[in-house]
Write a protein that binds this ligand. Sequence first.
Ligand code: PMP
Length: 393
Amino acid sequence: MDSIFSDRISDAPKSFIREILKVAVNTEIISFAGGLPNRNLFPVKELQAATNKVFDLAGKDALQYSNTEGYLELRQFISNRYKEQKGFDIPVKNILITSGSQQGLDLLGKTFINEGDDVIIEEPGYLGAIQAFSIYRAKFNTVTLNEDGLDLNQLAGVLDKKEPKLIYTVPNFQNPSGISYSAENRKAIAEQLKEVRTLLVEDDPYGALRYSGEPKASFYSYIPEQTVMLGTFSKTVVPSFRIGWMVAPDSIMERLVIAKQASDLHTNYFSQRVLAQYLEDNDIDEHIENIRLLYGKQRQAMIESIKEHFPEDVHYTLPEGGMFLWVTLPKGYSTMNLFDIAIKKNVAFVPGSPFYVGKNDTNTFRLNFSCVDEGSIKTGIERLAQSMRELIS
Ligand code: PMP
């Protein structure tokens, strides 16, 4: 019998990371495989207080259906922050609350991608975006991510031959590589895009988590009418609320709202209310500063241990923020094989292949530093270095 499943679901890549996380649950294992924010930083008491307040002040309202665009006060908060932090004037009507920024990706797919349409993604790229666009049967054109951003010649090559609907970017502390695009690289990409109709997606879940260096201009400051920005509270407050947002020009917003209505009517209204209350009653900048202090220390511990222990010909990125660092072994070595050796030594990471389109094995892998304390980072990196020596010898 032919499968009753749709082509779109049959062709979508599975989340390989889920499989790895299953292996890494053993408490003996030091896991650099996760992609989670550190739970010790969740503002549990503050969210509990905000929840009580919402029940006390607006119980019935907060439990009713609401509008698709999202809770007005929350959208106003986001608009104000763009103004304060980046100097952007973004009216509330151009902000749509989404169920995590992941839903933003799905809505973009739904709104723009017909089967076989070209899209551009970074290589390596965020696997959640690869998965979301695969569902709409996009044709992926990869552009290599170098230390300072996208490879401009490759980008020009794709734009020369094709008319991609979207280009998906994570210009700050990218997942998986930790790389940030330089100011020059951003400007040059924006210049190339001015010549075409391709829409640029700027996904920025990690931008607030900077530990060194200076922020660079957003694509929105170069090509506002051609940019869709995605944001989220997952990394700065909590991921379980599933609250993110999209910023888009009027003409696009209208269609995105229809796409969202069809998906879920609106994002969980109760958690929007609780989050807005939390943001009203607490200093989010102070909270973000605590996150930056902890992750910044853990990043430093990881870089120092790597410098001390990794073989010389192993390359790694030096992220200025975010949660990840990216490692490249000399050509020809398999990080799937490295994983098998490492897991026996009780240390885990994510091999690079899920972050590429159509590669089963690579010489790269991702390390997470947000969830492992400094002592375990040192032990874990030593174990990993030993595993590399075994693989290479
Ligand atoms: N984009 C990127 C680059 C991410 O790393 C993540 C989280 N892993 C997301 C989007 C999705 O985040 P959320 O849906 O929780 O906002």
